[in-house]
Write a protein that binds this ligand. Sequence first.
Ligand SMILES: NC(=O)c1ccc[n+]([C@@H]2O[C@H](COP(=O)([O-])OP(=O)(O)OC[C@H]3O[C@@H](n4cnc5c(N)ncnc54)[C@H](O)[C@@H]3O)[C@@H](O)[C@H]2O)c1
Length: 438
Amino acid sequence: MNLVIIGTGYVGLTTGVGYATLGHKVACVDVDERKIAELDHGSVPFYEPGVQAALTDAQEAGRIMFTTDLASVMSEAEVIMIAVGTPSTSTGEADLSYVEAAAKQIGTLLKHEAVVVMKSTVPVGTNRRIIQVIREAMKEAGQAELTSLINIVSVPEFLREGSALDDFLQPDRIVIGAEDKIAAQTIDRLHGNIRAPRVMTGLESAELIKYAANAFLATKISFINEIANLADRVGADVRHVAEGIGYDHRIGPHFLQAGIGYGGSCFPKDVSALEQISGSNGYGFKLISAVIEVNNRQRDNFFKRIAHTLGPLKGRRIAVWGLAFKPHTDDIRESAAIDITRRLLASGAEICAFDPEASENAKAVLPDHIEFAPTAIDAATGAEALIVLTEWPEFQNVSFSTLKSRMVGDHVFDGRNCLADHNLSQHGFQYHGVGLCS
Ligand SMILES: NC(=O)c1ccc[n+]([C@@H]2O[C@H](COP(=O)([O-])OP(=O)(O)OC[C@H]3O[C@@H](n4cnc5c(N)ncnc54)[C@H](O)[C@@H]3O)[C@@H](O)[C@H]2O)c1
């Protein structure tokens, strides 16, 4: 099929490359000229494993192209996907201005039958509103007789940054929400080569599935963090508790890693949006409010523990390992690591940071007086304390005796418990994890 994808970010580009890999012909559109120019020259503007090689293959096969000019690719489009951002507003609702702008552009330019797919994460009721926006714009553009041939299908995306392309090609399920059966079948066929259960449903259910999935995962994280806080008080080890409950197949082992809580471009905004959706429908979703509160408190507690252990932070040299919101990505949106680093800097600490992929993005948002080092060991050289904020696997391969010899202090605060198995006390460190009774 011929596809147009509006928005060439983490989701739009990965799914665009994914659909091209499945054999479709894809045009990716973005308003960001620099991004499109880079992609046109064959290079991926962010770090996402596997996407570069798949992009090269798709470009060589002539199955993907990039443009800032939506009008130039519309006439061929059988399916038009919206994959623009839906960030949080200051009050926690989803900002739908990018989705609305894309919908108006589609309506203004569309002159033939097509299916519009919503990939962006949008609150319940949005798809129904957006198809009206498209139809109104079509009427204004003199295409009133075509409006009944345009349908919208909600296909929420569940890929995870860090394994996005694999997640797209081998998803746990594909959710297809639609009113129109034919449009739903078209979108089912689009995914024909992907073996995964299909959830064929209505628009509202598809929209709610996405929020419910992210909110449930966030709940697991806040739950295990509460258990970690209790473990600290009763002398238990949260890792053993997580293992012990995770073998129960009704619970499962995933998302049971205690630490400084969730961040990223999805969980915080989607959990807040679900709280807003509930509130605006007259329902107080108590559990979700507690999940948010626990997540915020987890960062506070970790920071307080550092400040309490080290004393006044002004002028103290501290190393930070990890700034991305999770490993295997350069994405720092809503990163707990960035938040804690900001607090350390605001307290007067002299920070030297290292992240394998996210340093450039972090430089753009952190105050100028932070230093960045080219390696983890360099960041820690001369530091009184080391703070680990993202669990990059390579931090486990550092020589801890070299680390000890380079640092002037001996405190390691591990916000992800990723060094807990390395017996740092044997190397002369004072190790502080989360919920490890250490
Ligand atoms: N990032 C994830 O892991 C993930 C996973 C699942 C779902 N989602 C959802 O997918 C959506 C996109 O997320 P993302 O992380 O890819 O965002 P992103 O910020 O990386 O990309 C959005 C892109 O849309 C472009 N854009 C905005 N308005 C446009 C317009 N009118 N025309 C063309 N391009 C336009 C922006 O320039 C940007 O490049 C969000 O709703 C998000 O919640 C994200």
